[in-house]
Write a protein that binds this ligand. Structure first.
Ligand code: DQA
Length: 139
C-alpha cells in the first residue's frame, strides 16, 4: 500500500473558522476523516505545523521513505527558501496544493518557492485540491 502524507502549513489548523469565504466552512479534521474512508487504498497520514522548521524536519523525515507528499505550505509557499530547498533535496514526489486560486489573489501569492521542484501543482478547487492530488497517486 502506498504511503502518502498530507503536510499542512501555518493557519490551516484554523480551517472552518478562518475566512470561510475563501477557505470554506469545513474543518480539515472532518475532511480528513472522510478522505481516510474514501481512499483506504492508501496508507494516509497527516501533519500540520505553524512552524517552518518543523515542516522542514517532517519533509526530511518522510522524504526518503514515503511514496508521496501532498504539501500545502500555506503562507510559507510564498516566503520559504528553506521549504523550497528541502522539496528539491528529497526523493519522494511532492504535489503542491492550495485551497484557493492563489493567482486570483494578491500579487505576493503568485510567487511559490515550491512549484519548480514539485511533481505537480493543484490549486483553486477548495478542499477538493487535496483529493485531486491523492488521485494522482492511483496507478
Ligand atoms: C493557501 C494560500 C496561501 O496564500 C495562504 O497563505 C494560505 C492558504 C491555500 O491553500 O489557498 O494560508 O495555501
Amino acid at each position: 500500500m502506498k504511503k502518502i502524507i498530507i503536510i499542512n502549513g501555518p493557519n490551516l489548523n484554523l480551517l472552518g473558522k478562518r475566512e470561510p469565504g475563501i477557505y470554506g466552512s469545513k474543518s480539515f479534521e472532518d475532511f480528513y476523516k472522510d478522505l481516510i474512508v474514501k481512499y483506504n487504498c492508501f496508507e494516509l497520514s497527516l501533519f500540520q505545523s505553524n512552524i517552518e522548521g518543523e515542516l522542514i524536519d517532517k519533509i526530511q523525515e518522510v522524504g526518503f521513505l514515503y511514496d508521496g507528499i501532498i504539501l500545502n505550505a500555506a503562507a510559507y509557499t510564498h516566503t520559504s527558501v528553506g521549504i523550497g530547498d528541502v522539496v528539491k533535496a528529497i526523493q519522494t514526489p511532492v504535489i503542491e496544493v492550495h485551497i484557493s486560486n492563489t493567482y486570483s489573489r494578491e500579487e505576493f501569492r503568485h510567487q511559490s518557492y515550491i512549484s519548480a521542484n514539485a511533481k505537480g501543482v493543484i490549486l483553486g478547487f477548495g478542499l477538493q485540491s487535496y483529493e485531486l492530488a491523492l488521485q494522482s497517486f492511483i496507478s
